[in-house]
Design a protein around this ligand. Structure first.
Ligand code: NIG
Ligand code: FE
Length: 414
């Protein structure tokens, strides 16, 4: 394994610490002009100015990366995706443009069930191959850790299949894949009108196997009017918690149901989407230190109003940004698009957006002690940008400016 010194970086920019950053402190990036990083055995050994680092470390013992004119930032953590699926749904995209809503399409048998049918028909190998390609694409955008959800099987066999494919992808691909069990993504046609029975089935038949085979770290639920109610979400998540999983909630995406309040009550790791969250919901997320994971590319693709990111940060929340990459509501893994939307439409600063996509994303995956910032002892997951400042991530609007990616100390040139 190669040991590296990255030096002469126009700027090294990183949030700091081993836990989520809340409220106004999301602006407090550490910015080191003429920055340098020492990497040994896949881990960050030292961070400082080039002058300091080259004084204390013998350059002849390292491979050197000259980052003149470039900026070094932490590897991006995409903490909410549904990237593993069979089939695509282009027709639904255009139905929406012609006035049909996401929920109308779902209620008419399309939407998630459409992808469930295709995913059930996809072999392990087909899903694995498409998963590898999608992870390559994410890596090219600077993503070094991604969360992936099941939820396109909605039966025992196919939920387990999806989770096993993600486990294998985690082993085979440089990007780290963190798995979330989302068996409660929709009520499958077999359980039509019997959502309570479906949740009972997940709790009695699916969750135990997920836990026994160690196939997921988190349990999530699409808590939404017409999908899974607050009471059923609570029942499922309490059971998942009891079985040792951490929890997440698709909360207040389309209707204001109180998903954020439920996330606070259950001390979820994160509440995600939050387009329609109430002021009280925001207050509770802040008070109970539940990460607010915002997915502005979904609001963009569904042409809905954006989550109140500015208000959440002003009220002390820790905001994370993620893609929500999926074949229905948001078929894009574009990091530059999501950063632009966060700053332009949710009024976040470039500093807050970078913190949200790195350290707070890591915290939403309970990994802030290992990844998410450029600090001694953390994994050497780094992105080198083609421009001299992290500000270009937003300013060079919707353009991928990633030059090189380092994952666990391995140099990967996209
Ligand atoms: O986060 N809202 C529910 N789940 C996904 C969409 C999944 C799909 O449409 O396939 C989301 O937007
Ligand atoms: Fe989602």
């Amino acid at each position: 394994m190669t040991d590296w010194i990255i030096k002469n970086a126009a700027e090294l920019a990183t949030p700091q610490g081993n836990k989520a950053v809340f409220g106004k402190q999301m602006n407090d990036l550490k910015v080191i002009p003429d920055g340098a990083v020492v990497i040994e055995k896949g881990t960050i050994k030292a961070v400082g100015t080039t002058k300091e680092i080259t004084k204390h470390f013998d350059e002849s013992q390292y491979s050197i990366i000259d980052a003149t004119g470039k900026c070094v930032v932490p590897g991006f953590v995409d903490s909410h995706t549904h990237f593993l699926f069979g089939g695509y749904r282009p027709d639904e995209f255009f139905m929406r443009l012609n006035g049909k809503s996401y929920m109308e399409i779902m209620e008419a048998g399309g939407g998630i069930q459409n992808t469930v049918n295709a995913t059930r028909q996809s072999s392990f190998d087909t899903l694995f191959q498409s998963g590898m390609r999608r992870l390559d694409s994410m890596l090219s955008f600077g993503i070094t850790t991604v969360e992936g959800k099941s939820g396109y099987g909605l039966d025992l066999e196919n939920e387990i299949k999806q989770l096993k494919v993600m486990k294998r992808l985690n082993e085979e691909h440089p990007v780290d894949v963190v798995s979330t069990f989302l068996g409660a993504h929709a009520v499958p046609t077999e359980f039509d009108g019997r959502s309570s029975d479906y949740i009972d089935f997940i709790i009695s038949d699916v969750l135990p196997q997920v836990v026994e085979e160690n196939l997921a770290e988190f349990c999530d639920v699409f808590c939404e009017k017409g999908v899974i109610s607050i009471d059923l979400s609570r029942r499922l998540l309490l059971a998942a918690k009891e079985m040792g999983l951490r929890i997440k909630i698709h909360a207040d995406e389309i209707e204001r149901l109180g998903g954020a309040e439920l996330a606070a009550e259950l001390r979820a790791a994160s509440a995600d989407h939050l387009l329609e969250v109430s002021d009280e919901g925001i207050r509770q997320l802040s008070e109970k230190k539940v990460i607010a994971t915002l997915l502005p590319a979904t609001a963009f693709c569904l042409n809905k109003r954006y989550a109140a990111g500015r208000q959440m940060i002003d009220q002390g929340c820790a905001v994370a940004l993620a893609s929500d990459y999926n074949p229905g509501s948001c078929f894009t893994d574009s990091v530059p698009l999501l950063l632009a939307l966060a700053c332009i439409n949710m009024k976040m600063s470039a500093e807050e957006a970078l913190t949200a996509l790195t350290l707070n994303g890591a915290a939403a995956l309970c990994r802030a002690d290992r990844i998410g910032s450029i600090e001694e002892g953390k994994a050497a997951d780094l992105v080198i940008l083609k421009y001299p400042s992290y500000k270009y991530l937003v300013y060079n609007t919707a353009v991928n400016i990633v030059d090189q990616v380092i994952k666990n100390g391995e140099l990967i040139t996209p």
